[in-house]
Design a protein around this ligand. Structure first.
Ligand code: ASP
Ligand code: MG
Length: 422
């Protein structure tokens, strides 16, 4: 059996949803567990609803929510005929649940409400797509993933309860997949033992699919995207970017670490543990070979270029000319941990410590304030961090030509340069 994951971009228009039919026809006769994200930018829109609700701007929250409702009703209406009314009823139930909540006053944490509201994006998209595929002759069973994937209550970044989820997969999913069944469910969301909805972190559907692949011992997981596969650079920035046909898990983790938005990094471990290959394929042209990611070493990789924008340089100097040694650095990392901020690059000098972080206005201010207990703090914003894995001579110079660089670092595998943008 296989696991397919379709992201928001693959279901962001009627045409794209319709084109899913062909993909399933090409894979007829196979057992497939299908994980789907919320349509297009629905998650972002639902985040805005959650923010308005928590600000106690009920009118705004309801108004924004109504837009999401109308969009989904329209999509369902355009795609469905015989099953429109049953689908509409299913959508209505999800909408009503959230609307009840929006009429309340917030008394719990923001993260809790975020998950109760944002989780419906995936429930709506899968309800519509499942009904549409059934009408199109692709028989499938829709499951509410919250009945299967149990998590803890670490809202917005919930952790899977593997044991409980495994028993649910065995009990509810496997029988449906037997005899070439197709099961269609939501990515990104789960549920606590008290039936509260949870989410697994933004872009978490890749990870949901990997959890299923692991629990089902899938032969393969396929992530369907609107690009040819994993490229060695962002084709929007580098028109000469090329497809990488084979990668291994470690390289993907490295790429994600440096900021390449390829695959959610949490996806890799569940697959690696069971040696399940991951394929990235293009839903716009299924004849393209895509990228295969496995556990074996891969030689002769092209240079992999990652350009991370919106970076901040934080310069921390000791206040009394003492060395910036283990103690102040430990205190600093303690502050990073408290704010869940990971430096993307660091450099230690005698009386200064330099680090590069993602620009996150709110967290940075607090972080700088706390670090000021130990250091003299200065900050430079509006930078970008260029990383090249498997660098070749001359490439870095070519890429940074005409730009002012602030910091460079080089190892055998990786070179990085912090640049002034513009
Ligand atoms: N819909 C969620 C998001 O946009 C999860 C996902 O797409 O993987 O983050
Ligand atoms: Mg997505």
């Amino acid at each position: 059996m296989q696991v397919f994951k379709f992201g928001g971009a693959s279901v962001n228009s009627l045409e794209r949803i319709r084109s899913l039919v062909q993909i399933f026809r090409e894979n007829a006769g196979q057992s497939i567990l299908v994980v789907i994200s919320a349509m297009g930018k629905t998650t972002n829109a639902l985040e805005k609803v959650a923010e308005s609700f928590y600000r106690q701007d009920k009118e705004k929250a309801l108004q924004l929510f109504d837009q999401i409702k109308q969009e989904h009703y329209q999509t369902a209406k355009a795609l469905l005929t015989a099953s429109y009314h049953s689908c509409e009823e299913q959508l209505l139930n999800f909408f009503t649940e959230v609307e009840w909540l929006l009429h309340d006053q917030p008394v719990q944490s923001y993260d809790y409400y975020y998950d109760q509201i944002v989780c419906i994006g995936e429930l709506l998209s899968t309800s519509i797509v499942s009904a549409f595929l059934n009408e199109s002759g692709i028989k499938n069973e829709w499951l509410d993933v919250r009945d299967i994937l149990r998590t803890d209550d670490n809202f917005r970044d919930a952790n899977i309860d593997w044991e409980f989820s495994a028993s649910k997969v065995n009990q509810l999913v496997k029988p449906l997949l037997a005899d070439n069944g197709i099961v269609l469910t939501q990515g990104f969301i789960g549920s606590t033992d008290e039936n509260e909805s949870t989410t697994l972190g933004r872009e978490g559907s890749d990870y949901s699919a990997a959890v299923f692949a692991n629990l089902l011992n899938a032969e393969k997981q396929t992530i369907w995207k609107d690009v040819a596969g994993v490229m060695n650079a962002d084709p929007k920035i580098f028109p000469t970017a090329q497809l990488i046909s084979t990668l291994n898990y470690t390289e993907v983790i490295e790429m994600a670490y440096y900021g390449a938005q390829v695959i959610h990094p949490k996806t890799i471990k569940p697959l690696q543990n069971k040696g399940i290959p991951l394929q990235v394929k293009c839903f716009l042209d299924t004849s393209l070979p895509g990228t295969l990611i496995h556990n074996e070493p891969v030689k002769n990789l092209p240079p992999i270029i990652v350009w991370k924008q919106a970076q901040v340089l934080l310069q921390l100097k000791s206040k009394d000319f003492s060395f910036v040694g283990e103690k102040p650095v430990a205190a600093l990392y303690h502050i990073f941990a408290q704010h869940s901020m990971r430096p993307n690059m660091t450099q230690n000098g005698a009386i200064s410590f330099t680090c590069v972080l993602d620009e996150n206005a709110e967290k940075l201010e607090q972080l700088a304030f706390e670090a000021a207990q130990f250091f003299e703090v200065s900050m430079e914003k509006g930078l970008s961090l260029l990383t090249i894995r498997h660098n070749v001579p001359g490439l870095l110079d070519q890429l940074i030509q005409g730009k002012e660089w602030i910091l460079k670092q080089e190892t055998r595998e990786t070179v990085q340069a912090l640049l002034k943008t513009g």
